[in-house]
Every structure is written in structure tokens, then in C-alpha cells.
Write a protein that binds this ligand. Structure first.
Ligand code: AMP
Ligand code: MG
Length: 486
């Protein structure tokens, strides 16, 4: 029996030129890999029905969920800085929306569901590896309190997908507060479709930032809201050592969620210039470049909605510029708050940025594992932390400064350590573990994938029998690149 899903498809009610309506292309032999039980419950979905043959069939695109209205969304974007006037969902379909248990409207989308009018040269499919990667990383991000798209399910298609080699196909069911991107706005702006642009902005405001509806200039409010959400999002990435890898404007969510986990990865040993994506040859999306790129992406957003900001163009540009200029301050504050929490400090005082930076420099010099170092600093005994550094006197001098600064805090030692443990995860989805899980899945062994998901649901809690997942890779286990052959 198919699960009864209470769809209400507001995006499908927008004008026809916003999307292309079509059904997913059926696959040979759908097989369930995983349903996210907690998320299914949040969305009010019947788990048993979702896992039944009829449910799995629908998750694979072989049958339509009753009440869904599948469509591929149109969007454009700058990819690695180059303008592409039409991208769109080339291998994804928005099935529709449901209102979750807390009243939030959420998109349900299939990714890897077959070709669409936006597929260009692509096959509309995904292979198992990137589907498992996105499942693991997006759910881990959620557990790490990072706003993100979610993974509701993964199914194998029983069909081969041809990349550099022939690989098994899979489909991810993705959930988002809205799959609206900076590139969606750019799509209408570039076509000089002012009416479409306004409709999209009104839709985004009503759905994502409804409080702006009564503000004096809702579109300026939208710009500010997206700037703030993106600044806070990227600050969280930086606090966790996360590298997105493809911060193209089509992958920048208006809802402020992390979206499109392609060649992303978490850093092991710290280096500010770290890049994982094999196609990012110039390091455009390197770790330390992410705030700057985010700022640049937001300039593109401001440009796209400029015509909505007012009739007087000069004044509109001035207003947009003011908003854009606020980005560095908002970002720095969010980043420093995150860093301070990692260091067990509550407020921000002058010199805190320097304190954090000095530690990062020492970490880079000694090639120290970012996640493990902060976690080790979160315990009473500091000897294991010190032992991670080659420069003993350097780290001892830093520890002294840190302890001096900590003495200002009105916190008990135990409270401070607890704050630190809740800000410094023991577990992140390490790249070599993801690769191991993918390799095992190719032998039809999904246990490493399930185990990784299980442990990553509680990243801040030390868990029995999971010590191996907290450790950095051995030199021979390091996976220095991730591939875009998704
Ligand atoms: P991404 O790099 O995943 O953000 O994708 C960029 C664009 O390429 C989007 O328009 C995708 O829909 C499209 N795309 C990526 N992979 C495929 C594929 N296998 N088939 C069709 N379109 C694709
Ligand atoms: Mg994308």
C-alpha cells in the first residue's frame, strides 16, 4: 500500500514557465537502502507504508505518490564564476510539499529520477556513491545543528549508470524548506521577466520569511534575510572544517540551507587552503575562500533582485550596497561566536579572533587534525592535546593565553568543558569513512553506511564501540579528493 501523503503543492501553482511538469522515468528493480525514520515521522509519513513495495516503487519513481505533482524547477547560475543562463533540475523532480508536524512546509524531491528538459547532456541519474555521500553528510550536518537539506530515503535502481566506469544507480529522496536558489532568481532576472521575478520573491517571502510581508520594503528585507542566513551557514561550515566544494550560485539556498553535497568533505588535518573537489583546480572553493565566495554569491543575488528594490535605480543600488557591505560583520560575528564556543568562551572580547587564529596557525604548522584537536582540548587533561603539536613551546604559550582569557568567564570548569564538548564534535563524516562505506556498498554490504549514520546522529556524545570513527585516517587511508562524477 502506498503511504497516504498529504501533499499541498504550492510551487506547482506558480506560472508554467517556472518549471517543466513530468513524471520520473521508471527504473528496472527498485530496492530500498534506507528510510529516515525520524524524518518520516516529522513529516507525518507512515513508515511502514513508505517501506512497503508500493512505497519503495514510488520512491524510485516507478509510481506516482498520490497527490504529488512532479516537476523540474527552472534555474540558472554561475558555475565557477561562469554564467549559465539555464541549468534547472536536470536529474531531480520536486514531487510536492507537505506541512510537517511543526507547521513548516517542506519540499519532497527525488534526485536521480531520470532526464528532464533541463538535463542538457546528462543522463538524469545518480550513482550509488554520491547518493550515500549526500545521505550521510546531510544527516550528519543536521545532527551538528547546521541548517541543511535532509535525506528521507535512498533506493537502488537496479540499473547501471555510466560514469568513468559502469556503476550501480540510486535515487535519493531529498527534503528541503524550499529548493529555491540564488540561481532561481537569476533565471528570471536574466530573462528580464520582472513579473516572474516578483512572483518568485513574493513566494519566497511568504514561505520562508513571512514576517517580512508587513515590512516597509519586503524585498530589501529578503536580501537582508538571505545575507544573514548565508553568513551564519558558512560560519558554521568554517567552525566545523567543512568544505562544500561547489559554491555555485545554483547551489546557494534562499532558505539558508546547505544544499548539493557533491564533492564536499570535512578536513582532517587543518590547512586553510584545503580543497577536495577534483574539478576545483584553482581552489576557488578552498576552505578559507568560502566566506569570500559566499559574499560574492550574495552580490549576485542582490543584482538579481535589484529591480524589485525600488523604481529609483541609483537608490536601489545604494540600498543593496549597504546590505551587502554588512556581510563581513555578520559573518565575522557568527564565526567568532562559534570559535569561542569551541574554546569554551561565552562572550566575545577584543583579541578573541587573534587567540583563535593563533591556534589555527599552530594546527596548520603541525598538520593537526582539526576535529580531534578541538575535542581533545575539551577534556580536563590537556597532555594529549599538547602531544598533537610538534611545537611544544608554541602550544604551551598558546594554552597559557587561552587559560588567562578563560579566567574572565563566570563558568565552572565542568560547565566550560560541557559547552566545549557540545561545540566540538567527536564524530564527523570523515572522507575515508564515507569512501569505505561506498566501497562496501558496491559489494552489497550496507552495514558500514548504516553504522556511520547511526553514530553520526549523536556527534557530540562519545559512543561505545565507535572509537575508530573518531580517529583521523591512517596515512594510507587518506582520501585527498572527492570527485564530481556524481
Ligand atoms: P550540481 O553540480 O549537482 O549542482 O549540478 C549542476 C547542474 O547540472 C544542475 O542543473 C543539475 O541538474 C545538472 N546535472 C548534474 N548531474 C546531472 C546528470 N547526471 N544528468 C542531468 N543533469 C545533471
Ligand atoms: Mg546543484
Amino acid at each position: 500500500m502506498q503511504p497516504a501523503i498529504d501533499f499541498d503543492n504550492s510551487y506547482a501553482r506558480l506560472p508554467e514557465r517556472f518549471f517543466a511538469r513530468l513524471d520520473p522515468k521508471p527504473v528496472k528493480q527498485p530496492k530500498l537502502i534506507k528510510v529516515n525514520e525520524v524524518l518520516a515521522a516529522e513529516l507525518g509519513l507512515d513508515l511502514e507504508a513508505l517501506q512497503s513495495p508500493a512505497g519503495v516503487n514510488a520512491l524510485a519513481g516507478n509510481a506516482r505518490f498520490e497527490g504529488s505533482d512532479p516537476l523540474a524547477m527552472a534555474y540558472a547560475g554561475q558555475q565557477f564564476g561562469n554564467w549559465v543562463p539555464q541549468l534547472g533540475d536536470g536529474r531531480a523532480l520536486l514531487l510536492g510539499e507537505v506541512v510537517d508536524a511543526s507547521g513548516v512546509r517542506r519540499d519532497i524531491q527525488l534526485k536521480g529520477s531520470g532526464p528532464t528538459p533541463f538535463s542538457r547532456m546528462g543522463d538524469g541519474r545518480a550513482w550509488l556513491g554520491p547518493v550515500l555521500r549526500e545521505y550521510i553528510v546531510s544527516e550528519a550536518m543536521h545532527a551538528l545543528s547546521v541548517p541543511t537539506t535532509r535525506a528521507l530515503a535512498a533506493v537502488a535502481t537496479g540499473e547501471p549508470v555510466v560514469r568513468e566506469e559502469v556503476l550501480p544507480g540510486a535515487i535519493l529522496t531529498r527534503v528541503s524548506r524550499a529548493h529555491i536558489r540564488v540561481g532561481t532568481f537569476q533565471y528570471f532576472a536574466a530573462r528580464r521577466d520582472g513579473e516572474g521575478l516578483k512572483q518568485l520573491a513574493d513566494y519566497a517571502i511568504e514561505r520562508l520569511y513571512p514576517h517580512l510581508q508587513v515590512s516597509e520594503n519586503p524585498y530589501l528585507g529578503l536580501l537582508d534575510a538571505v545575507i544573514e542566513a548565508q553568513a551564519e551557514l558558512v560560519a558554521k561550515w568554517m567552525n566545523l572544517g567543512f568544505i562544500h566544494g561547489v559554491m555555485n550560485t545554483d547551489n546557494v539556498s534562499i532558505a539558508g540551507e546547505a544544499i548539493d553535497y557533491g564533492p564536499c568533505a570535512f578536513m582532517d588535518d587543518f590547512h586553510p587552503d584545503r580543497v577536495f573537489s577534483s574539478i576545483d583546480q584553482h581552489g576557488r572553493y578552498a576552505y578559507s575562500n568560502q566566506p569570500r565566495i559566499c559574499h560574492w554569491n550574495l552580490v549576485q543575488f542582490a543584482q538579481a533582485i535589484l529591480s524589485l528594490l525600488g523604481d529609483d535605480e541609483k537608490q536601489a543600488v545604494e540600498q543593496a550596497q549597504l546590505s551587502i557591505n554588512a556581510f563581513p560583520g555578520i559573518y565575522e560575528k557568527a564565526y567568532q561566536q562559534g570559535m569561542n564556543a569551541k574554546l569554551g568562551l561565552t562572550g566575545i572580547v577584543e583579541g578573541d579572533d587573534k587567540l583563535a587564529n593563533e591556534l589555527l596557525v599552530l594546527m596548520a604548522d603541525s598538520k593537526v587534525d582539526f576535529t580531534l584537536a578541538f575535542r581533545t582540548l575539551s577534556q580536563q587533561d590537556l597532555d594529549p592535546f599538547k602531544a598533537m603539536f610538534d611545537d611544544t613551546s608554541g602550544i604551551e604559550a598558546w594554552l597559557e593565553k587561552w587559560q588567562l582569557r578563560g579566567a574572565d568567564e563566570k563558568m565552572l570548569d565542568e560547565q566550560r568543558l560541557e559547552l566545549m564538548r557540545n561545540s566540538n564534535p567527536a564524530y564527523i563524516p570523515r572522507n575515508h569513512r564515507i569512501e569505505q562505506a561506498i566501497r562496501a556498498s558496491l559489494e552489497d554490504d550496507f552495514e558500514p553506511f548504516h553504522r556511520l549514520n547511526r553514530v553520526l546522529q549523536r556527534p557530540f556524545e562519545t559512543q561505545a564501540d565507535a572509537e575508530d570513527l573518531a580517529l583521523p585516517p591512517q596515512p594510507k587511508e587518506v582520501v585527498p579528493y572527492t570527485f564530481c562524477g556524481t
